[in-house]
Design a protein around this ligand. Structure first.
Ligand code: ZN
Length: 832
């Protein structure tokens, strides 16, 4: 046996700044600041921020932009590096940036934004950004001086501060003193949940459109403030790879991205090619990575008038790791990222005029001053909060919208001022609007490993009227006001419509305050002072005489919750209904407090765990206990109402755990599980419904006559990267309460579904006859799903096992199907 021994001497272990350059002596170098050579230990976020604050104090070229804090309260700073002259005229430069969006010429300095390490365990970016920040602050080279005259360089060194620190701690904790590049070393294998994601285990590089996290919200605000010409997005990939930069696969670019974007990207890439050739670093482009989903950092710019470029460096994932291309070290990786940062600056500077022209062309002729406007009319079917949530998102993307001054009837829908919006199509962000409502199902290239559709109308469960033409008097910028809850001395009860999305949050607050809340199992109608009001099943009733809380306290609580969440509860002075059961009828059931236990750790999918966690913690403000699956055996489950499983394989959970869960359910507990977790439940007899799974899926595809070269195309066809599908709901089922129409669109990004169930009352949602709404899904699947179920509830003893074939909380943006999850929490225990 031959052992290959790599030593320190064989590999570069120290970062080298460009030599023979005169640096300003008054500027502290990274090494001086750290007290050791940069890269010896993985940087922590506090060190980074302290250093860039030092640069801002020392260099007149540097100021800092604050784009808010991360979930864990880490400050997200970006450096603005430009000449002193430009700093003096910064307001003028910003005004020019804003003017471009309104069709004005793109003039003044170029704005180049370099952003690093949005995945926290892709550490070379943040280290390179530290060196680059020093270099641009201190170098006296003529080219740097002319760069800073002609460019405003924005550097965001760490786009995911919480993930960065999680990884730095791991890598530093597990690093030995003696050089060792062995891939098996613990430092290269982070334990669950890894540093890639943020605090709530979200992949921030999928959040640029959805903006569910503060890190993304601050970032998109910064983007629109500066409207950059070029955005470099620096990542790492597997340690066995080389170096990648865009353009990506040409056939996998989103069709709404202008052709000129890809051409300019390729021209700039020539500068990366030269830089990496000079360093002897192998690289590639136009393969592997796509330019399709606009929710990524390198693609969001492409639909917003800028050129976004993705960089991927082979990762050392620690200090040093053996690979087929030799030892990958952190410092070598930093050196490469530094090199392509410089080539980005040199390339954009050389192509300055073309970049200005590109931005001119992008925003040209998008405005209209006509009194009649064409646009998209959207409604949330009486749900004001969901409408407001949607308008808030549009605003962050600088998409203009208007409220209605009066109700409008279109396509059998009453679009009212309280639940509707109008989005004019002639506006600077018209391309982004088209992308956000895009419903295509046919593609030049069918390879999608992430979502192939991101139709926001589906995510928000919107009713839309696409080509609506409205006149100025029908539209207003002013948000309609909500009527406050009126309760008088003879009021006996307050009613909340469960269709209002904030009802779930309010319900949780009421339960937490020991208020008895009942929900209706059937629709009913009551009369208040003004008129007859219809309520759907699931509507909440709060009797104003309660044992644990005084009437005045309760009224105060109801009013403050109603106002805070813009809910429209009504009060009634009689328990008699106009139709349906009276308010004292057995149709109303008491809701039990929810105490959930969420399974985390090895075997569970961290991102989907994070989405459930985020939903419970931040949307519902419900205390949730997170536990490692391996601890289940030791936990007394009787104190919990629900055990929640995200997607995962759960291989490590054994029979003892399964039988413990079985008795938990038999005694009245509820299990809610999705996707891969269903396999584990079925294997351990906790679920009886049969699954349509990978094995059956493989048999669907005709592989006769395929050659080896067809293998990747077949794999792409068999993958459901993320398509939007139609499901048909049983609206009388408690899991469907609060949804206003039987057709709902959900995100499907896995194969699993429930085979046709012969037992009655088990399935509450079926895939529709024509399941595909938008995105790519092979015909073979479309045919099969049209006969399958998406949601099942099985009784076991006194409890239930609820199965979702799909992730109904997808990236915390699927506010339509989120309601089904709320129903499983609040209604399942007492009603099924
Ligand atoms: Zn990455």
């Amino acid at each position: 046996m031959i052992f290959s021994v790599t030593t320190h001497a064989d590999v570069q272990t120290q970062f080298q700044l460009p030599q023979a350059v005169e640096y300003q002596k008054t500027i502290t170098t990274p090494d001086e600041f750290l007290g050791y050579p940069m890269g010896k230990w993985h940087l922590r976020h506090d060190q980074l921020n302290f250093y860039i604050k030092t640069l801002a104090k020392q260099s007149p070229r540097v100021t800092l932009e604050d784009s808010g804090i991360s979930h864990e309260d880490r400050q997200q700073l970006s450096l603005l590096i430009t000449s002193e002259n430009n700093h003096r005229n910064i307001n003028d430069i910003l005004a020019k940036r804003a003017a471009v969006k309104n069709g004005g010429p793109s003039t003044g300095p170029l704005v180049v934004w370099l952003a690093y390490s949005i995945h926290g365990d892709e550490a070379s970016g943040v280290h390179a950004a530290m060196e680059l920040s020093y270099y641009l602050s201190a170098s006296n080279e003529p080219w740097v001086k002319s760069l800073l005259e002609e460019t405003v360089v924005i550097i965001t060194p760490s786009q995911n501060p919480d993930g960065m620190d999680r990884f730095a701690t791991w890598a530093n904790n597990n690093r030995s003193n003696t050089f060792n590049a062995d891939s098996n070393n613990r430092e290269h294998h982070q334990l669950w949940p890894r540093g890639r994601m943020n605090h709530y285990l979200a992949d921030l590089n999928r959040d640029w459109l959805f903006l569910r996290h503060p890190e993304s919200q601050g970032r998109v605000k910064l983007f629109h403030k500066w409207q950059p010409h070029y955005v470099g997005d620096f990542h790492e990939m597997g340690h066995n790879a080389s170096y990648f930069f865009q353009p990506g696969v040409p056939s996998r670019t989103h069709p709404l991205t202008p052709k000129a974007n890809q051409q300019l990207t390729d021209k700039i890439a020539n500068y990366h090619r030269s830089a990496l050739d000079a360093a002897g670093q192998p690289y590639y482009s136009k393969q592997s990575f796509d330019d399709f989903f606009y929710g990524k950092g390198s693609t969001y710019p492409d639909i917003n008038g800028a050129i976004g470029v993705l960089f991927e460096q082979a990762s050392a994932r620690g200090q040093a790791q053996d690979s087929p291309n030799g030892v990958v070290t952190l410092t070598r990786a930093v050196q490469n990222q530094f090199a392509t940062s410089i080539s980005s600056l040199k390339g954009t500077l050389a192509l300055k005029n073309e970049l200005h022209q590109y931005q001119n062309d992008f925003f040209k002729n998008k405005q209209s001053d006509s009194k009649r406007q064409q646009g998209i009319l959207v409604s949330t079917s009486t749900d004001t909060q969901r409408r407001d949530e949607f308008s808030n998102l549009l605003e962050q993307h600088q998409i203009q919208y208007r409220y209605l001054t009066q109700s409008i009837n279109k396509r059998d829908t009453n679009f009212t001022p309280s639940d509707s919006l109008f989005i004019p199509l002639e506006q600077p962000q018209s391309d982004l609007i088209k992308a956000l409502f895009d419903k295509r199902t046919e593609f030049e290239d069918e390879t999608f490993y992430d979502v192939s559709s991101f139709d926001l109308a589906a995510a928000f469960d919107l009713i839309t009227s696409d080509k609506t033409s409205l006149k100025a008097p029908q539209l207003t910028e002013k948000s309609p006001t909500n009527k406050a809850l009126a309760i008088n001395s003879n009021s006996v009860a307050v009613l909340f419509d469960w269709q209002q999305s904030a009802s779930a949050k309010v319900l949780q607050q009421l339960l937490a305050n020991n208020v008895v809340v009942k929900y209706s199992q059937k629709p009913f109608a009551v009369k208040d002072e003004h008129s007859t009001k219809q309520f759907g099943a699931g509507s909440l009733q709060i009797n104003l005489r309660q044992d644990d809380i005084s009437r005045n306290q309760l009224i105060k609580l109801l009013k403050s919750l109603g106002n805070k969440h813009r809910l429209k509860p009504i009060s009634v002075s009689t328990f008699a209904s106009v139709s349906g059961g009276d308010l004292g009828s057995p149709d109303f059931k008491q809701i039990q407090p929810v105490k959930p236990l969420l399974i985390t750790g090895g075997g569970s999918n961290p991102m989907e765990v994070g989405q459930i966690w985020h939903y419970l913690d931040n949307t519902l403000n419900m205390p949730v206990t997170l536990t490692e699956g391996s601890r289940l055996k030791r936990i007394n489950l009787s104190g919990y109402s629900h055990v929640l499983f995200a997607h995962g394989n759960y291989h490590s959970l054994d029979d003892v755990t399964a039988s413990k869960l079985k008795s938990f359910v038999k005694q009245g507990g509820t299990i809610v599980a999705q996707k891969g977790a269903l396999r584990w439940l079925r294997k351990h007899d906790l679920l009886a419904s049969e699954l349509f799974d990978n094995k059956q899926a493989q048999e669907l595809f005709d592989t006769k006559g395929l050659s080896f070269g067809d293998k990747s195309a077949l794999r792409a066809k068999q993958t459901i990267g993320g398509a939007i599908v139609n499901i048909d709901l049983d609206l009388t089922h408690p899991l469907s309460y609060g949804l206003s129409h039987p057709r709902l669109k959900i995100m499907k990004n896995n194969i699993l579904s429930f085979s046709a169930n012969k037992k009655p009352f088990v399935a509450s949602a079926q895939y529709a006859k024509q399941p595909l709404s938008s995105g790519f899904m092979a015909q073979e699947y479309q045919h099969v799903y049209s006969q399958q179920s998406a949601v099942v509830t099985e009784s076991l003893g006194r409890g239930q096992v609820i199965g979702f074939a799909d992730n109904l909380l997808f990236r915390n943006i699927w506010l339509g199907s989120e309601k089904i999850y709320a129903n499983a929490l609040f209604f399942a225990p007492s009603s099924l």
